[in-house]
Design a protein around this ligand. Structure first.
Ligand code: HEM
Ligand code: HEM
Ligand SMILES: [Fe+2]
Length: 466
């Protein structure tokens, strides 16, 4: 870390981790409600818990991406951030907006919230991930504009690197792709187009570019491999993402009332979407093999190497399994989709967020790496969370297959609730791995409190005396 203003990233990272804990608590409650339909009812109905779980996910990931931008852009541009003060104000505004949103979900019935916040004037509420009331959505746009202004001005006054161009460019894309959230016509076919442009445009387009830029940055820093080599990889990954992802969005138009040619276009192009994820794996491991130094932060290296593998499994493999039109005919909207959603979001975006936090936090706390004791806690957290997420994914995949066979493809289809009952064992397994995921998260968080100066100083002394 070379610039004072990079410090503004710290509150973003800390808040991201706090909100992550909240997300998982709601996940556990939602999982229990699958097992006991009246658990915490009517205080916390399932829809409210679900909405809180998914919205907290998006908010903590955005917090982490924003922190990453404030950390990386000045470093790459070799200059101080244009306005650290604005970045801090933006942080508090965003945190307050996130808190108000979740509290309003918890304490105000959703229809009443919609009536209170002007949804009748400009309807935007109700679609998954985009449930926020109108004033909050406007607030999100203002926060994004403030971030964009700050990092773009920094980019303009400093050194211009490819990593910075891709990062700042994809943050612009992130903000622009939020705008279809304000397009919610009565016609449900048209409305679902607008919804997919945000959700798919983010996770299978723009955020993949952010992922590439963040991974590229930390690998340059940790391996010492030439920037030119890494940048070439990132360009190819960006190109493949855009080629496959833009038309690949057609995999959401199959049986929705959109023109029938999307069955072909969506199937063919989305089948190419795993390619950029494969390239990410090849790129990271090649870079690791060519490394010029042993970076002392082993935990950050573990996150950086784990991310492309888990992203490929969750997005590439689990996405591919449900993407062809004839498969989706049977599997659409089952727990197979939720299996894919969990592994993809965790493997790609939660893990890259944790990778950059792992790399940057010790630097923000004035040391190159945490003590080995702390790193061991962190790496244990990595393994427990990662294997638990694989367990959650397999359980949901099982539940999805039960639905496909008993309800969708059966000669004599069973009713929805009967099928849910048949899949019950998988919901138990999901909850078991959910609890172990939570344990893994606590172990991970413990590493922050372990990073005592005392151990660190001792280890350095030992290393020096060798
Ligand atoms: C970083 C970790 C996690 C991520 C990224 C994540 C992500 C998601 C996403 C994207 C959805 C929406 C799925 C969809 O609509 O298809 C969801 C729903 C859900 N998640 Fe998680 N989740 C995580 C952890 C957990 C944990 C630990 C549990 C606990 C058991 C859990 C339980 C649930 C439940 C029960 C739902 C509702 C599924 C439904 O609508 O039927 N999640 N999660
Ligand atoms: C990291 C990247 C990705 C993330 C985070 C992600 C996440 C998600 C989530 C959360 C959903 C459920 C949306 C909902 O209905 O609530 C979904 C649906 C879907 N995803 Fe992905 N996805 C990613 C990449 C991919 C890729 C690369 C493919 C194809 C190869 C793919 C194929 C699909 C399909 C076909 C659906 C719709 C399933 C259905 O109709 O039920 N996804 N994705
Ligand atoms: Fe998609």
């Amino acid at each position: 870390m070379n610039y004072q203003s990079q410090r503004v990233a710290k509150p973003y990272f800390i808040a991201a981790l706090g909100l992550f804990v909240g997300q998982i608590v709601f996940g556990l409650i939602a999982g229990l409600q699958y097992l006991n339909g009246t658990f915490l009812f009517p205080a916390l109905p399932f829809d409210v818990v679900h909405m809180s779980h998914t919205n907290l996910l998006i908010v903590w990931l955005l917090m982490a991406f924003m922190g990453a931008a404030y950390f990386i852009v000045p470093e790459e541009a070799q200059t101080e951030l244009y306005s650290p003060k604005l970045a801090l104000i933006t942080f508090w505004v965003f945190l307050a907006a996130g808190a108000v949103t979740i509290l309003s979900y918890l304490f105000v019935p959703y229809t009443q919230l919609a009536a209170m916040t002007g949804n009748a004037v400009l309807p935007t509420m109700g679609r998954g991930y985009l449930e926020q009331p109108l004033p909050i959505k406007v607030g999100i746009v203002l926060v994004a504009l403030s971030l964009l202004f700050n990092v773009t001005m920094t980019l303009i006054k400093g050194r211009k690197t490819s990593i910075n161009f891709i990062l700042v460019g994809s943050l612009w894309g992130l903000a622009l792709l939020f705008l279809p959230a304000f397009y919610f016509p009565q016609d449900t076919v048209k409305a679902s187009f607008g919804w997919w442009w945000v959700v798919h445009g983010w996770v299978e387009g723009d955020w993949e570019l952010i992922l590439g830029a963040l991974l590229g940055f930390i690998l340059i820093k940790m391996t010492g491999v030439d920037r030119e080599i890494i940048e070439k990889w990132i360009y190819i990954i960006v190109a493949m993402t855009l080629i496959s992802g833009l038309v690949g969005i057609g995999h959401h138009y199959y049986y929705t009332g959109a023109p029938a040619y999307w069955i072909w276009l969506g199937s063919i192009f989305s089948a190419l979407e795993p390619i950029p994820f494969m390239l990410l794996i090849a790129f990271s491991f090649k870079t690791l093999l060519q490394r010029r130094r042993e970076y002392p932060n082993k935990a950050a290296m573990l996150w950086a190497m784990g991310t492309p593998i888990m992203a490929f499994l969750g997005a590439g493999l689990w996405g591919f399994m449900i993407t062809l039109a004839p498969v989706q005919y049977y599997i659409h909207g089952t727990n197979f989709t939720a299996a894919h959603g969990h592994l993809a979001f965790f493997g790609a975006y939660a893990m890259i967020a944790l990778a950059i936090i792992s790399y940057a936090m010790p630097l923000l706390r004035g040391r190159i790496a945490n003590s080995m004791v702390a790193q061991r806690w962190e790496m244990t957290g990595f393994w427990v969370m990662t294997t638990s997420m694989i367990g959650i994914t397999l359980a949901l995949t099982g539940a999805g297959i039960v639905t496909a066979f008993l309800q969708r493809a059966a000669e004599d289809p069973m009713g929805f609730m009967q099928v849910q009952d048949k899949a019950r064992v998988f919901f138990w397994i999901r909850e078991f791995f959910g609890a172990s995921f939570f344990l893994g998260l606590l172990i991970y968080l413990r590493s922050f409190f372990f990073a005592g100066e005392y151990e660190y100083a001792n280890e350095m002394k030992q290393a020096l005396s060798k």
